[in-house]
Design a binder for this molecule. Structure first.
Ligand code: PEP
Ligand code: MG
Length: 561
């Protein structure tokens, strides 16, 4: 047996024969067109329009996040600037094939240079270009093979169009050699519950036909597995299926310590799915998502209606609503449209709200009115709180409106370091690990070139979480986690060991996190947290915790691992 490693998505395990993804089409040559510019332009237009139509249709068939991704791809395919670039090359004598290949490559380089979110979309362009080329050549687009039996798909990376429509009866697991935990492939795999390991760079050695075990929980692919290893993996897979299918119980450690498992939501319409997946309430409702496209502040009546719909879905349950969080990755022109050199360090979050206090007051009014009409347990919190003074300001204002539970998000190291002072005034803290990591590591979370720093496993981030957890325990105040870190099952246990009393995440992550918690006692969680805190960097923290977790004695509830 030999092993190769990558970043596992979720806790799944699967086994089966490898089938490698069909390789990319060869690049066209740049010999001049013999058909003439008009004919080439018409061919290019037809191919692009067909591919855009196909992507939209695939999106409609898939629904959910996949639909959004595929519709965005269809729009990129038909981007007028890109079409002008294709036309310019054709006017210069190129074939439609070469014009598409070259124009898309140029656009890709531009996106990569911009970096951040747009940089991450560069790979999507390759997929669109390949689809258009295949159409022009009259051949099948490269994509997911169909060997006629279930298989473990191995690919460099998957295009969103392919991930979205993976036939889950055929694809037992997915291994990519490129891509990281925030790539589209990872996001969609998480949403669809596909057993996946991404960024397994040594996966290039895997060959079609060989049998492997894909252990996402450990981030390990086992080659030439023994009969015993295959049997153990099959047992674990069956146990996990039954755990995911069984009715959701409240989050708790193996020793019974309750850890509420809550949902991160951006719109009230997603509440039903969260409830169906066993969310015990909402740990983060991102109100700005309701208004990202608005050019003006929403009215009190519009807001009240949205909040009422959200709260009505959680009678008797905790619902934590975050005040509008404008700036940097979530621009809201009506709160701050100033050009800032460093928007992540600018007038954002509570700072922007304070500068437009009428908007903050309107939001609190709408929330208080919706609260009066519903039975949920409404908690409100402010984003990007950096000082004790800001804490006093926000909690005081919220109470003025009769909102009884007012807290702050800990996303800036200053408020983590002063957590005891902050929690002396706030009713609770909710740690936003996405921004806390960004500010601790001084790495813009939108910038691809520094993405490797944006890892919440970093012991520096975890030490700050410990500060907040310890202060919460001393003062008897709840400390939740609502950043992406809470959705990582192994890290979730560590966060509990650092003092988190609830975890909030995308609803699709709930089942795996619930199971990971149920396998560990509070004392395990403490030991795992210590192992992470003692590491030098994020990757050694992850490895140290995974190694210790594998060595810890099994617990009663651990029959499934
Ligand atoms: C965070 O920063 O971790 C967080 C939950 O807030 P957002 O991702 O919306 O900035
Ligand atoms: Mg944040």
């Amino acid at each position: 047996m030999s092993e190769l490693r990558g970043v596992g998505i979720g806790l799944g395990v699967a086994q089966g024969p490898v089938v490698r993804m069909t390789e990319a089409l060869p690049a066209p040559d740049d010999s001049p067109s013999t058909a003439g510019a008009d004919a080439e332009r018409a061919r290019a237009r037809e191919a692009v329009a067909t591919v855009a139509r196909e992507l939209t249709a695939r999106g409609e068939a898939a629904g959910g996040a996949a639909q959004e991704v595929l519709e965005a791809q269809a729009m990129i395919a038909e981007d007028p600037t890109l079409q002008d670039e294709v036309d310019a090359r054709i006017d210069g004598g190129a074939t439609a094939e070469w014009a598409v290949h070259d124009a898309f490559a140029g656009f890709r380089a531009t996106l990569e240079a911009v970096g951040g979110y747009l940089g991450e979309r560069a790979a999507d362009l390759d997929d669109i270009a390949q689809r258009v080329l295949a159409r022009l050549r009259g051949v099948d687009a490269p994509g997911v093979p169909n060997p006629g039996h279930p298989f473990v798909l191995v690919a460099r990376d998957l295009a969103p169009a392919d991930t979205a429509l993976l036939d889950l009866d055929q694809v037992l697991a997915l291994i990519t050699t490129d891509g990281g935990p925030t790539s589209h492939t990872a996001i969609l795999a998480r949403e669809k519950g596909i057993v996946a390991i991404v960024g397994a760079s040594e996966g290039t050695a895997l060959t079609t036909g060989e049998t492997v075990i894909v252990d996402a929980a450990a981030g390990v692919v086992t080659r030439e597995p023994s009969t015993e290893a295959l049997a153990r993996a099959a047992e674990r897979a069956a146990a996990r299926r039954s755990a995911v299918d069984s009715p959701a119980t409240p989050g708790a450690l193996a020793d019974g310590t309750p850890i509420a498992l809550l949902a991160n939501l951006g719109k009230p319409a997603d509440a039903a799915d969260a409830v169906a997946r066993g969310a015990e309430g909402v740990g983060l409702f991102r109100t700005e998502f309701l208004f990202l496209s608005a050019s003006q502040a929403p009215t009190v009546a519009q807001q009240r209606e949205s909040y009422r719909e959200l709260l009505a879905a959680f009678p008797g349950r905790k619902v934590v609503v975050r005040m509008l969080d404008a700036g940097a990755d979530k621009p809201l022109a009506f709160l701050n449209d100033a050009h800032e050199e460093n928007p992540a360090l600018g007038l954002r979050g509570l700072r922007a709200l304070r500068a437009s206090e009428d908007i903050l007051r309107e939001q609190l009014t709408a929330l208080a009115e919706a609260d009066a009409e519903t039975d949920a347990d409404l908690w409100v919190m402010a984003p990007m709180v950096a000082t004790v003074e800001e804490t006093v300001y926000f909690t005081g204002l919220a109470r003025e409106y009769g909102l009884k539970t007012a807290g702050v998000m800990v996303e800036v190291p200053s408020s983590a370091l002063l957590a005891d002072r902050v929690l002396a005034h706030a009713d609770f803290a909710s740690i936003g690990t996405n921004d806390l990591t960004q500010y601790t590591m001084a790495a813009d979370r939108l910038l691809g070139s520094v993405a490797s720093f944006q890892d919440p496993w970093h012991p520096a981030v975890l030490r700050l979480v410990r500060e907040v957890g310890a202060a919460g325990a001393r003062l008897g105040k709840p400390v939740g986690i609502c950043g992406e870190a809470a959705a990582d099952p192994l890290l979730a246990v560590v966060l509990v060991g650092l003092g988190a009393t609830s975890l909030s995440m995308a609803p699709s992550a709930l089942a795996d996190v619930r199971r990971a918690l149920s396998e560990r006692t509070a004392s395990d969680a403490l030991s795992l947290a210590e192992a992470a805190l003692d590491a030098d960097d994020a990757s050694s923290a992850r490895t140290a915790v995974a190694t210790l977790a594998a060595a810890l004695p099994p617990h009663q509830k651990e029959t499934t691992s």
